[in-house]
Write a protein that binds this ligand. Sequence first.
Ligand code: PMP
Length: 423
Amino acid sequence: GPSGCAPLPVLGRDVTVPLVTGGEVTYAALDYAASAPALQRVWDDVAAYAPYYGSVHRGAGYLSQLSTELFENARRTVAEFLDCRAGDQVVFTRSTTDSLNLLAAALPDDCQVFVFESEHHAALLPWRGARVTFLDAPDSPERAVRALEHALAARDPHGPALLCVTGASNVTGELWPVRELAAAAHAHGARIVLDAAQLAPHHAVSLRGLDVDWVAFSGHKLYAPFGAGVLAGRADWLREAEPYLAGGGASRKVTRREDGGVEVEWHDSAARHEAGSPNVIGAYAIASACKALGEAGFGALAAREERLVRTVRNGLADVPEVRFLSLFGDDAPRVGVLSFVVDGWNSSHFAAALSAEYGIGVRDGLFCAHPLLRALLGGDPQDQGECGAPEAAPGGTSLNAIRVSFGAGTPDEHVERFVRAVR
Ligand code: PMP
């Protein structure tokens, strides 16, 4: 809607929270980048399906057949949402972290992995056992492409290689040049997996259009519940790999060998990596979110978010203590995610005050991207984690940051309240 009225309504709009100053206020959920509220439509779809759910791929009964059909339809809906190519697989996982760990477990022998240090830990860390080249955080999209080209040109051109890169930063919100990075990777015989955890909730992601080999995202950031995610893309590495989890559902045939052991034939389809009873509600909810977002179109959503980003930037432009974090420059295109520090303030105390005094929920810390925060803030930032708030650095500037993020269903009033509170 043009002003304040939210397209794609989400749950939680009427939740009120107590203020330390007395009274209560409606909760301003401005931490979409961690987990977005569920779309009302997703909730309604899941509620309508709940009485009918049954085991997937297992039972002969009507409801089992129905659940199996809904689960496989969900796979098709996700494939359409991601504009998959013929032959691509959609594997349901638990989350983006799970999806990237699955791909890491499926790397061919001697695969060389390239990752920018600015990635979320979920993209930075799963590649244990592979040869990993960490690239410095670039200061422009063009430099990112050049750094990748340089690194790829220096590699052994015969072995397999993979770039793992985010579509939008979970810290700065900045958009990465995915199409250009994919072209550079492919020109050097490497493949690319896109961490779309932050991109997919804000922009259409096309495997075909971006020419990326795989895409990973999480349901809970895409306006669906926790516990389900997706890895979609090329079938070959996945088909050739050992199953991610060994068990029922992944195995086609299991027989005793003469030597007493067991012989297993694994599925070649996505089921190969989906052992155990699948999360049918999670998959169904993701498909529902994909449909709702696809029908609403990302154009209006992105335009609205850009306006809200401007509300924050313009509203705080004359507050010199507020410093926004960016790699590519303050005006670089971004999704509805902004991080900042306030000179003289400890970010944890600041975020706690936004909650206690204004009913605003933001995130503070290092956002599971420690090397990036170190590059942006200098010094040795500390995650407050569960260990209490870190002290401010000498001179008063915090060694961690505050992140505000929003999306579908965010009322203008929440963002305006945030600006007022920070001022
Ligand atoms: N990548 C990015 C860019 C993220 O923002 C996140 C979540 N903060 C993840 C990966 C991990 O997602 P999940 O926690 O759902 O596995």
